[in-house]
Design a protein around this ligand. Sequence first.
Ligand SMILES: NC(=O)c1ccc[n+]([C@@H]2O[C@H](COP(=O)([O-])OP(=O)(O)OC[C@H]3O[C@@H](n4cnc5c(N)ncnc54)[C@H](O)[C@@H]3O)[C@@H](O)[C@H]2O)c1
Length: 329
Amino acid sequence: MNGGLRIVVTGGAGFIGSNLVSWLLRRPAIGRVTVVDDLSTGSTSLLGGDLADVDFRRGSVLDADLLDAAMAGADAVVHLAALPSVPRSVADPMTTHHVNATGTLQVLEAARRAGGPLVVAASSSSVYGAQPVLPKVETSRAMPLSPYAVSKLATEAYLGSYSACYGLPVLPLRFFNVFGPRQRAGHPYAAVVPVWIDAALSGRPVPVHGDGSQTRDLTCVDTVCEVITTAITGRVVSPWPVNLALGTRTSLLDLARVLGEVLGSGLRVEHGPPRPGDVSHSQADPARLLELFPGTRAVALREGLERTVAWHREQHPATRSSTEAGGSR
Ligand SMILES: NC(=O)c1ccc[n+]([C@@H]2O[C@H](COP(=O)([O-])OP(=O)(O)OC[C@H]3O[C@@H](n4cnc5c(N)ncnc54)[C@H](O)[C@@H]3O)[C@@H](O)[C@H]2O)c1
């Protein structure tokens, strides 16, 4: 590590956070990466060999002393720590509020005490909720449908208010459906791509909530890491939320088809009832993103899925043993 920028990543042991840490450690402009994570949904195993190169601090973003220690001398904070699940928030709204909304407020207060590093934070396309306009443009009214979405609306609104009241440099980013390596299945709140890959590799049918006509703006995690890294090194700020997706629209049935092609075998789809709080269609208007980050590169769905499937095959005991035995799927 050199004397470059000092970055704190909250939630750095999670899916997006661990990918981002890998990106940051490979950029010459970055001097030190500190991770704050309570490992409630993340794992140090996702950081792999990078764990040795980061200043890892296990604890909660609700712990002000821990945040003060982590943020001393920081140039930027990427706030990803959250309970990132709609159904979990429906089951337990209060805990989601504490971690996601109050946690963001704690991070902003710590940033203020630390002298005002750039704060980049993860909001979510779920804030659009029942908003019917497609594609989703940041200026249309947020109509959240779940406690999770409300907590993310609070996140981005708190960032805007800290910019207005205290002059804090901020960048609230609305992530859409992010997928890629290190996104795990095997827990009750897992996202669609890892759940489907895991099911397919295990020979199980893939569960679809509803008829599968719902559409998503699937964003490869590399795109998210690239934008955040550029924001840090180029000091890009915006008090208003910015969509972080490139305006693609994939139905779940189309996703099943492309994934089946990547896996080399068709997926068996099993339809179940729609989930409360889920939105029907999600597609970003990327104009503001491209204005602030003109070089943003879209990763094609198939290419992103190929990388993701490769990671799952490495993790998956069944495919690992068949690969070791010289078999193929
Ligand atoms: N993955 C997506 O498609 C998506 C979409 C929209 C928004 N987001 C947002 O992006 C961020 C990262 O999501 P992810 O998919 O990587 O989820 P993740 O669950 O893999 O990562 C979240 C990380 O935060 C940590 N964490 C949770 N509570 C904490 C606390 N109180 N203190 C410290 N650490 C805590 C977890 O241990 C985990 O490592 C979240 O804020 C999420 O809401 C993700």
